[in-house]
Design a protein around this ligand. Structure first.
Ligand SMILES: [Zn+2]
Length: 463
Protein backbone atom coordinates (compact mmCIF):
# COMPACT_ATOMS: atom_id res chain seq x y z
CA UNK A 1 0.00 0.00 0.00
CA UNK A 2 1.16 3.51 -0.86
CA UNK A 3 1.93 5.65 2.20
CA UNK A 4 -0.71 8.20 1.18
CA UNK A 5 -3.40 5.53 1.05
CA UNK A 6 -6.12 5.66 3.67
CA UNK A 7 -7.65 2.47 4.96
CA UNK A 8 -11.30 2.48 6.04
CA UNK A 9 -13.42 -0.33 7.43
CA UNK A 10 -16.34 0.24 5.08
CA UNK A 11 -16.76 2.24 1.89
CA UNK A 12 -20.12 2.80 0.20
CA UNK A 13 -19.80 4.13 -3.34
CA UNK A 14 -22.10 5.40 -6.12
CA UNK A 15 -25.05 6.05 -3.80
CA UNK A 16 -27.62 8.82 -3.83
CA UNK A 17 -27.10 10.17 -0.31
CA UNK A 18 -30.02 11.74 1.57
CA UNK A 19 -27.93 13.18 4.38
CA UNK A 20 -30.86 14.63 6.41
CA UNK A 21 -28.38 17.24 7.66
CA UNK A 22 -29.56 20.72 8.60
CA UNK A 23 -29.63 21.80 4.95
CA UNK A 24 -31.34 18.54 3.92
CA UNK A 25 -28.50 18.08 1.43
CA UNK A 26 -28.88 15.32 -1.14
CA UNK A 27 -25.73 14.13 -2.93
CA UNK A 28 -26.74 12.79 -6.34
CA UNK A 29 -23.90 10.30 -6.62
CA UNK A 30 -21.39 10.02 -3.84
CA UNK A 31 -19.56 7.94 -1.28
CA UNK A 32 -19.38 7.47 2.48
CA UNK A 33 -16.35 6.03 4.27
CA UNK A 34 -16.62 4.48 7.72
CA UNK A 35 -13.89 3.94 10.28
CA UNK A 36 -14.80 1.79 13.24
CA UNK A 37 -18.24 2.99 14.37
CA UNK A 38 -18.15 6.46 12.80
CA UNK A 39 -18.66 8.17 9.48
CA UNK A 40 -15.15 9.32 8.53
CA UNK A 41 -15.69 10.92 5.13
CA UNK A 42 -18.49 11.91 2.75
CA UNK A 43 -18.02 13.10 -0.81
CA UNK A 44 -19.64 13.46 -4.19
CA UNK A 45 -18.51 11.55 -7.27
CA UNK A 46 -15.95 8.76 -6.99
CA UNK A 47 -13.74 8.25 -3.94
CA UNK A 48 -10.06 8.89 -4.62
CA UNK A 49 -7.97 5.89 -5.62
CA UNK A 50 -6.05 6.22 -2.36
CA UNK A 51 -9.15 5.31 -0.35
CA UNK A 52 -9.24 1.63 0.50
CA UNK A 53 -11.61 -0.39 2.64
CA UNK A 54 -11.90 -3.97 3.80
CA UNK A 55 -15.56 -3.90 2.72
CA UNK A 56 -16.67 -1.91 -0.35
CA UNK A 57 -20.36 -1.73 -1.26
CA UNK A 58 -21.11 -0.50 -4.76
CA UNK A 59 -24.51 1.11 -4.19
CA UNK A 60 -25.11 2.11 -7.80
CA UNK A 61 -28.77 3.08 -8.20
CA UNK A 62 -29.47 2.86 -4.48
CA UNK A 63 -30.25 5.55 -1.89
CA UNK A 64 -28.38 5.87 1.39
CA UNK A 65 -30.49 7.16 4.28
CA UNK A 66 -29.62 7.58 7.95
CA UNK A 67 -30.96 4.55 9.81
CA UNK A 68 -34.58 4.87 10.88
CA UNK A 69 -35.34 5.17 14.58
CA UNK A 70 -38.42 3.38 15.88
CA UNK A 71 -39.26 5.18 19.13
CA UNK A 72 -41.98 2.86 20.42
CA UNK A 73 -42.67 -0.83 20.55
CA UNK A 74 -43.43 -3.64 23.01
CA UNK A 75 -41.27 -6.54 21.99
CA UNK A 76 -43.14 -9.40 23.66
CA UNK A 77 -46.19 -8.54 21.55
CA UNK A 78 -44.46 -9.97 18.49
CA UNK A 79 -45.78 -13.31 19.81
CA UNK A 80 -49.34 -11.96 19.65
CA UNK A 81 -49.93 -10.60 16.15
CA UNK A 82 -53.68 -10.60 15.50
CA UNK A 83 -54.82 -11.49 19.03
CA UNK A 84 -57.62 -9.28 20.32
CA UNK A 85 -58.20 -7.91 16.84
CA UNK A 86 -61.07 -5.47 16.28
CA UNK A 87 -61.36 -4.24 19.88
CA UNK A 88 -60.66 -0.87 21.52
CA UNK A 89 -57.60 -0.34 23.74
CA UNK A 90 -58.69 -1.64 27.16
CA UNK A 91 -60.58 -4.67 25.83
CA UNK A 92 -57.74 -5.44 23.40
CA UNK A 93 -55.24 -5.28 26.29
CA UNK A 94 -57.30 -7.70 28.35
CA UNK A 95 -57.64 -10.16 25.46
CA UNK A 96 -54.02 -10.21 24.30
CA UNK A 97 -51.13 -8.28 25.79
CA UNK A 98 -51.93 -8.54 29.50
CA UNK A 99 -52.77 -12.26 29.86
CA UNK A 100 -49.90 -13.38 27.63
CA UNK A 101 -47.48 -10.83 29.10
CA UNK A 102 -48.20 -12.21 32.57
CA UNK A 103 -47.02 -15.74 31.76
CA UNK A 104 -44.20 -15.35 29.20
CA UNK A 105 -40.75 -16.64 30.15
CA UNK A 106 -37.31 -15.01 29.75
CA UNK A 107 -36.57 -17.38 26.84
CA UNK A 108 -39.80 -16.38 25.14
CA UNK A 109 -38.92 -12.69 25.61
CA UNK A 110 -35.56 -13.36 24.00
CA UNK A 111 -37.16 -15.03 20.97
CA UNK A 112 -39.70 -12.20 20.69
CA UNK A 113 -36.84 -9.69 20.77
CA UNK A 114 -35.00 -11.50 18.00
CA UNK A 115 -38.14 -11.53 15.86
CA UNK A 116 -38.98 -7.88 16.53
CA UNK A 117 -35.47 -6.56 15.97
CA UNK A 118 -34.88 -8.62 12.82
CA UNK A 119 -38.15 -7.35 11.38
CA UNK A 120 -37.13 -3.80 12.35
CA UNK A 121 -33.68 -4.16 10.78
CA UNK A 122 -35.21 -5.48 7.57
CA UNK A 123 -37.47 -2.43 7.39
CA UNK A 124 -34.53 -0.05 7.76
CA UNK A 125 -34.40 0.52 11.50
CA UNK A 126 -31.04 0.88 13.17
CA UNK A 127 -32.41 1.91 16.58
CA UNK A 128 -35.39 0.46 18.42
CA UNK A 129 -36.95 1.74 21.64
CA UNK A 130 -38.49 -1.05 23.71
CA UNK A 131 -41.18 0.07 26.17
CA UNK A 132 -41.05 -2.82 28.62
CA UNK A 133 -43.85 -3.32 31.14
CA UNK A 134 -44.00 -7.02 32.04
CA UNK A 135 -42.18 -6.35 35.28
CA UNK A 136 -43.01 -9.40 37.39
CA UNK A 137 -39.55 -10.97 37.07
CA UNK A 138 -36.20 -9.19 36.48
CA UNK A 139 -35.05 -12.09 34.28
CA UNK A 140 -37.69 -11.14 31.72
CA UNK A 141 -35.93 -7.83 31.10
CA UNK A 142 -32.61 -9.63 30.78
CA UNK A 143 -34.15 -12.05 28.25
CA UNK A 144 -35.53 -9.19 26.18
CA UNK A 145 -32.23 -7.27 26.24
CA UNK A 146 -30.31 -10.41 25.27
CA UNK A 147 -32.57 -10.88 22.24
CA UNK A 148 -32.09 -7.26 21.18
CA UNK A 149 -28.31 -7.53 21.54
CA UNK A 150 -28.32 -10.81 19.57
CA UNK A 151 -29.40 -8.94 16.43
CA UNK A 152 -26.96 -6.01 16.57
CA UNK A 153 -29.62 -3.29 16.64
CA UNK A 154 -29.04 -0.13 18.69
CA UNK A 155 -31.40 -0.34 21.63
CA UNK A 156 -33.19 1.88 24.06
CA UNK A 157 -34.68 -0.28 26.82
CA UNK A 158 -37.38 1.58 28.72
CA UNK A 159 -38.07 -0.32 31.93
CA UNK A 160 -41.43 1.13 32.92
CA UNK A 161 -43.51 0.45 36.02
CA UNK A 162 -47.07 0.11 37.28
CA UNK A 163 -47.81 0.77 40.95
CA UNK A 164 -51.61 0.43 40.59
CA UNK A 165 -54.15 -0.32 37.85
CA UNK A 166 -55.73 -3.65 38.81
CA UNK A 167 -59.16 -1.99 38.47
CA UNK A 168 -58.34 -1.44 34.76
CA UNK A 169 -57.19 -5.05 34.27
CA UNK A 170 -53.47 -4.77 35.05
CA UNK A 171 -52.37 -8.23 36.32
CA UNK A 172 -51.43 -7.98 40.00
CA UNK A 173 -48.06 -9.61 39.30
CA UNK A 174 -47.00 -6.65 37.14
CA UNK A 175 -47.74 -4.11 39.88
CA UNK A 176 -44.92 -3.05 42.20
CA UNK A 177 -44.01 0.02 44.29
CA UNK A 178 -42.13 2.70 42.36
CA UNK A 179 -39.12 2.49 44.74
CA UNK A 180 -38.73 -1.18 43.89
CA UNK A 181 -39.03 -0.40 40.18
CA UNK A 182 -36.32 2.26 40.40
CA UNK A 183 -34.02 -0.24 42.11
CA UNK A 184 -34.48 -2.50 39.10
CA UNK A 185 -33.81 0.40 36.70
CA UNK A 186 -30.62 1.07 38.68
CA UNK A 187 -29.63 -2.61 38.39
CA UNK A 188 -30.09 -2.54 34.62
CA UNK A 189 -28.14 0.71 34.27
CA UNK A 190 -25.28 -0.77 36.29
CA UNK A 191 -25.31 -4.22 34.74
CA UNK A 192 -25.41 -3.05 31.11
CA UNK A 193 -23.17 0.00 31.47
CA UNK A 194 -20.49 -1.59 29.27
CA UNK A 195 -22.74 -1.48 26.20
CA UNK A 196 -22.31 2.30 25.97
CA UNK A 197 -24.63 3.95 23.46
CA UNK A 198 -25.62 0.60 21.90
CA UNK A 199 -27.97 0.13 24.85
CA UNK A 200 -29.55 2.99 26.78
CA UNK A 201 -31.69 2.30 29.85
CA UNK A 202 -34.65 4.58 30.55
CA UNK A 203 -37.73 4.28 32.72
CA UNK A 204 -41.26 5.68 32.78
CA UNK A 205 -44.76 5.22 34.12
CA UNK A 206 -46.56 2.78 31.83
CA UNK A 207 -49.79 4.74 31.59
CA UNK A 208 -51.64 7.13 33.87
CA UNK A 209 -54.24 4.62 35.05
CA UNK A 210 -51.46 2.37 36.36
CA UNK A 211 -49.48 5.09 38.17
CA UNK A 212 -50.11 6.74 41.54
CA UNK A 213 -49.22 10.39 42.25
CA UNK A 214 -46.53 9.08 44.61
CA UNK A 215 -45.22 6.82 41.85
CA UNK A 216 -44.77 9.74 39.45
CA UNK A 217 -42.83 11.67 42.10
CA UNK A 218 -40.60 8.75 43.06
CA UNK A 219 -39.69 8.13 39.42
CA UNK A 220 -39.12 11.81 38.72
CA UNK A 221 -36.79 12.16 41.72
CA UNK A 222 -34.80 9.15 40.51
CA UNK A 223 -34.57 10.43 36.92
CA UNK A 224 -33.48 13.91 38.01
CA UNK A 225 -30.88 12.53 40.40
CA UNK A 226 -29.36 10.23 37.77
CA UNK A 227 -30.05 12.12 34.51
CA UNK A 228 -32.27 9.30 33.21
CA UNK A 229 -34.74 9.83 30.35
CA UNK A 230 -38.33 8.55 30.53
CA UNK A 231 -41.28 7.75 28.30
CA UNK A 232 -44.99 7.34 28.93
CA UNK A 233 -48.16 6.41 27.06
CA UNK A 234 -50.12 9.63 27.21
CA UNK A 235 -53.48 10.70 25.77
CA UNK A 236 -53.73 7.58 23.62
CA UNK A 237 -57.47 7.49 24.27
CA UNK A 238 -59.99 9.45 26.30
CA UNK A 239 -59.49 6.95 29.16
CA UNK A 240 -56.40 8.89 30.32
CA UNK A 241 -58.22 12.15 30.95
CA UNK A 242 -61.35 10.43 32.29
CA UNK A 243 -59.29 8.49 34.85
CA UNK A 244 -57.30 11.57 35.83
CA UNK A 245 -60.45 13.65 36.22
CA UNK A 246 -61.97 10.97 38.46
CA UNK A 247 -58.83 10.62 40.58
CA UNK A 248 -57.07 14.00 40.48
CA UNK A 249 -59.81 16.37 39.28
CA UNK A 250 -57.58 17.36 36.35
CA UNK A 251 -56.70 16.21 32.85
CA UNK A 252 -53.42 14.30 32.59
CA UNK A 253 -51.20 16.92 30.92
CA UNK A 254 -51.99 19.82 33.31
CA UNK A 255 -51.64 17.41 36.23
CA UNK A 256 -48.17 16.32 35.07
CA UNK A 257 -47.16 19.91 34.38
CA UNK A 258 -48.18 20.83 37.92
CA UNK A 259 -45.87 18.21 39.41
CA UNK A 260 -42.90 19.23 37.21
CA UNK A 261 -43.07 16.04 35.18
CA UNK A 262 -43.02 17.60 31.71
CA UNK A 263 -39.46 18.17 30.52
CA UNK A 264 -36.91 17.61 27.79
CA UNK A 265 -36.12 14.13 29.14
CA UNK A 266 -39.69 13.03 28.47
CA UNK A 267 -40.98 11.15 25.41
CA UNK A 268 -44.78 11.25 25.22
CA UNK A 269 -46.13 8.24 23.33
CA UNK A 270 -49.31 8.49 21.16
CA UNK A 271 -50.54 11.98 22.19
CA UNK A 272 -53.74 11.47 20.15
CA UNK A 273 -55.95 13.66 22.32
CA UNK A 274 -53.64 16.60 23.02
CA UNK A 275 -55.50 19.93 23.10
CA UNK A 276 -53.97 23.17 21.80
CA UNK A 277 -53.10 24.21 25.38
CA UNK A 278 -51.47 20.85 26.01
CA UNK A 279 -49.44 21.11 22.81
CA UNK A 280 -48.26 24.51 24.07
CA UNK A 281 -47.29 22.89 27.38
CA UNK A 282 -45.28 20.18 25.56
CA UNK A 283 -43.54 22.89 23.51
CA UNK A 284 -42.78 25.01 26.59
CA UNK A 285 -41.15 22.09 28.40
CA UNK A 286 -39.41 20.44 25.44
CA UNK A 287 -41.38 17.16 25.59
CA UNK A 288 -40.89 14.99 22.49
CA UNK A 289 -43.62 12.93 20.83
CA UNK A 290 -43.66 9.35 19.56
CA UNK A 291 -46.31 9.19 16.83
CA UNK A 292 -47.76 5.68 16.29
CA UNK A 293 -50.19 6.03 13.39
CA UNK A 294 -50.79 2.35 12.56
CA UNK A 295 -51.57 1.39 16.15
CA UNK A 296 -53.79 4.44 16.62
CA UNK A 297 -55.84 3.35 13.62
CA UNK A 298 -55.81 -0.36 14.54
CA UNK A 299 -57.29 0.32 18.00
CA UNK A 300 -59.62 3.03 16.74
CA UNK A 301 -57.92 5.55 19.00
CA UNK A 302 -57.81 8.51 16.62
CA UNK A 303 -55.38 10.77 14.78
CA UNK A 304 -52.64 12.61 16.67
CA UNK A 305 -52.33 16.38 16.02
CA UNK A 306 -48.92 16.04 14.39
CA UNK A 307 -49.03 19.15 12.17
CA UNK A 308 -49.91 21.24 15.21
CA UNK A 309 -47.04 19.69 17.21
CA UNK A 310 -44.51 20.30 14.43
CA UNK A 311 -45.70 23.89 13.95
CA UNK A 312 -45.05 24.54 17.64
CA UNK A 313 -41.49 23.24 17.30
CA UNK A 314 -42.12 19.95 19.14
CA UNK A 315 -39.82 17.08 18.16
CA UNK A 316 -41.94 14.33 16.59
CA UNK A 317 -40.65 10.81 15.96
CA UNK A 318 -42.35 7.66 14.66
CA UNK A 319 -43.07 4.37 16.39
CA UNK A 320 -44.73 1.17 15.26
CA UNK A 321 -46.06 0.33 18.75
CA UNK A 322 -46.20 -3.33 19.74
CA UNK A 323 -46.84 -5.89 17.03
CA UNK A 324 -50.12 -6.89 18.68
CA UNK A 325 -51.65 -3.50 17.84
CA UNK A 326 -50.08 -2.88 14.45
CA UNK A 327 -49.70 -5.94 13.57
CA UNK A 328 -46.10 -5.82 12.41
CA UNK A 329 -42.85 -4.02 13.23
CA UNK A 330 -42.59 -2.84 9.62
CA UNK A 331 -41.28 0.70 10.00
CA UNK A 332 -41.70 1.54 6.31
CA UNK A 333 -45.41 0.85 6.60
CA UNK A 334 -45.58 3.09 9.69
CA UNK A 335 -43.92 5.89 7.72
CA UNK A 336 -46.49 5.65 4.96
CA UNK A 337 -49.43 5.74 7.35
CA UNK A 338 -47.75 8.56 9.30
CA UNK A 339 -48.16 10.80 6.29
CA UNK A 340 -51.39 9.43 4.82
CA UNK A 341 -53.70 9.62 7.82
CA UNK A 342 -52.75 13.26 8.37
CA UNK A 343 -53.59 14.05 4.75
CA UNK A 344 -56.82 12.05 4.73
CA UNK A 345 -58.29 13.41 7.93
CA UNK A 346 -57.37 17.03 7.16
CA UNK A 347 -58.31 16.78 3.45
CA UNK A 348 -54.98 18.45 2.77
CA UNK A 349 -52.42 16.55 0.65
CA UNK A 350 -49.60 18.80 1.89
CA UNK A 351 -50.47 18.33 5.58
CA UNK A 352 -47.38 16.16 6.19
CA UNK A 353 -44.91 15.80 3.31
CA UNK A 354 -42.74 12.82 2.44
CA UNK A 355 -39.62 14.80 3.38
CA UNK A 356 -41.09 15.69 6.78
CA UNK A 357 -41.95 12.04 7.31
CA UNK A 358 -38.35 10.94 6.63
CA UNK A 359 -37.19 13.72 8.95
CA UNK A 360 -39.44 12.40 11.74
CA UNK A 361 -38.04 8.90 11.14
CA UNK A 362 -34.40 10.03 11.33
CA UNK A 363 -33.46 13.38 12.92
CA UNK A 364 -36.77 13.48 14.79
CA UNK A 365 -36.09 10.06 16.25
CA UNK A 366 -32.55 11.00 17.21
CA UNK A 367 -33.71 14.17 19.01
CA UNK A 368 -36.56 12.30 20.70
CA UNK A 369 -34.08 9.91 22.32
CA UNK A 370 -31.51 12.63 23.10
CA UNK A 371 -28.92 11.29 20.64
CA UNK A 372 -29.00 14.00 17.97
CA UNK A 373 -25.28 14.60 18.41
CA UNK A 374 -24.47 11.10 17.19
CA UNK A 375 -27.49 9.80 15.24
CA UNK A 376 -30.18 10.90 12.78
CA UNK A 377 -28.15 12.22 9.84
CA UNK A 378 -25.26 11.24 7.61
CA UNK A 379 -22.49 13.61 8.69
CA UNK A 380 -18.79 13.19 9.38
CA UNK A 381 -18.20 12.26 13.01
CA UNK A 382 -21.63 10.79 13.55
CA UNK A 383 -22.26 7.13 14.24
CA UNK A 384 -22.40 4.99 11.11
CA UNK A 385 -26.07 3.97 11.38
CA UNK A 386 -27.35 3.89 7.79
CA UNK A 387 -29.58 1.98 5.39
CA UNK A 388 -29.29 1.36 1.68
CA UNK A 389 -32.58 1.52 -0.18
CA UNK A 390 -32.84 -0.36 -3.48
CA UNK A 391 -35.69 1.17 -5.51
CA UNK A 392 -35.57 -1.31 -8.40
CA UNK A 393 -38.49 -3.48 -7.32
CA UNK A 394 -41.93 -3.58 -8.93
CA UNK A 395 -43.60 -1.73 -6.07
CA UNK A 396 -41.20 1.18 -6.07
CA UNK A 397 -39.75 1.64 -9.55
CA UNK A 398 -39.18 4.03 -11.18
CA UNK A 399 -37.89 6.47 -8.59
CA UNK A 400 -38.26 10.20 -9.26
CA UNK A 401 -37.96 11.45 -5.68
CA UNK A 402 -36.21 9.35 -3.01
CA UNK A 403 -38.37 10.79 -0.21
CA UNK A 404 -41.64 10.04 -2.03
CA UNK A 405 -40.46 6.54 -3.00
CA UNK A 406 -39.34 5.50 0.48
CA UNK A 407 -42.48 6.83 2.17
CA UNK A 408 -45.18 5.90 -0.34
CA UNK A 409 -43.89 3.02 -2.50
CA UNK A 410 -41.68 0.85 -0.35
CA UNK A 411 -41.60 -2.46 1.51
CA UNK A 412 -38.84 -4.36 3.33
CA UNK A 413 -37.65 -5.88 0.04
CA UNK A 414 -36.25 -2.41 -0.77
CA UNK A 415 -33.85 -2.49 2.19
CA UNK A 416 -30.71 -4.06 0.79
CA UNK A 417 -28.31 -3.21 3.63
CA UNK A 418 -28.64 -2.09 7.23
CA UNK A 419 -25.57 -0.77 9.04
CA UNK A 420 -25.48 -0.20 12.80
CA UNK A 421 -22.52 1.34 14.59
CA UNK A 422 -20.35 0.78 11.52
CA UNK A 423 -21.24 -2.91 11.22
CA UNK A 424 -23.33 -4.46 8.45
CA UNK A 425 -26.10 -6.28 10.34
CA UNK A 426 -28.18 -7.15 7.25
CA UNK A 427 -27.27 -7.42 3.58
CA UNK A 428 -29.15 -8.86 0.61
CA UNK A 429 -31.55 -10.86 2.74
CA UNK A 430 -28.96 -12.23 5.16
CA UNK A 431 -28.71 -11.28 8.83
CA UNK A 432 -25.16 -11.06 10.16
CA UNK A 433 -26.34 -12.38 13.55
CA UNK A 434 -26.82 -15.81 11.96
CA UNK A 435 -30.32 -16.35 13.35
CA UNK A 436 -32.30 -18.45 10.88
CA UNK A 437 -35.75 -17.02 10.22
CA UNK A 438 -37.47 -20.39 9.72
CA UNK A 439 -35.90 -21.93 12.79
CA UNK A 440 -36.96 -18.87 14.78
CA UNK A 441 -40.51 -19.35 13.52
CA UNK A 442 -40.47 -23.02 14.60
CA UNK A 443 -39.07 -22.10 18.03
CA UNK A 444 -41.75 -19.44 18.54
CA UNK A 445 -44.55 -21.81 17.50
CA UNK A 446 -43.28 -24.32 20.04
CA UNK A 447 -43.22 -21.69 22.79
CA UNK A 448 -46.72 -20.51 21.84
CA UNK A 449 -48.01 -24.04 22.40
CA UNK A 450 -46.60 -23.89 25.93
CA UNK A 451 -48.12 -20.47 26.51
CA UNK A 452 -51.58 -21.63 25.48
CA UNK A 453 -51.33 -24.50 27.95
CA UNK A 454 -50.21 -22.09 30.67
CA UNK A 455 -53.12 -19.76 29.98
CA UNK A 456 -55.74 -22.49 29.96
CA UNK A 457 -54.49 -23.48 33.43
CA UNK A 458 -55.48 -20.01 34.56
CA UNK A 459 -51.99 -19.00 35.59
CA UNK A 460 -52.75 -15.34 34.87
CA UNK A 461 -54.48 -14.97 38.19
CA UNK A 462 -52.02 -17.26 39.95
CA UNK A 463 -48.80 -15.44 38.98
ZN1 LIG B 1 -47.42 1.26 23.47
Amino acid sequence: MNKSNTQYDLLITNATICTMNEDMQVIGRGFVAVTDDRIAMIGSGEPSSSMNASDVIDADGQVLFPGFINTHTHIFQSFLKGLGADHQLIEWLNRSALPYGAVMTPHQHRLAAQLTCMEAIRSGCTTLCEFFYTDQDPELADGCIAGMMDTGIRSVFIRTFQDRGEDYGMPACMVQPAEEAMREVERLRTEYRDHGDMLSIWTGPDVTWSTSAEGYRTMLDYCKAHDVRYAMHIDETEVDDAMCQATYDSDIVPMLEGMGFLGDHMLGVHCVNLTDDEIDAFARHGVSVSYNPVSNMYLGSGVAPIRECLDKGITVSIGTDGAASNNTTDFLEAMKFAALIQKGFSRDAARITARETVAMATVGGAKAIGMQQSLGSIEVGKKADMVLFEPRHLKSMPMHDPYATVVYSSSPENISTTIVNGKVVYRDGVFACGIDERQLSRDIDEELRKLRVALSLDEVQAC
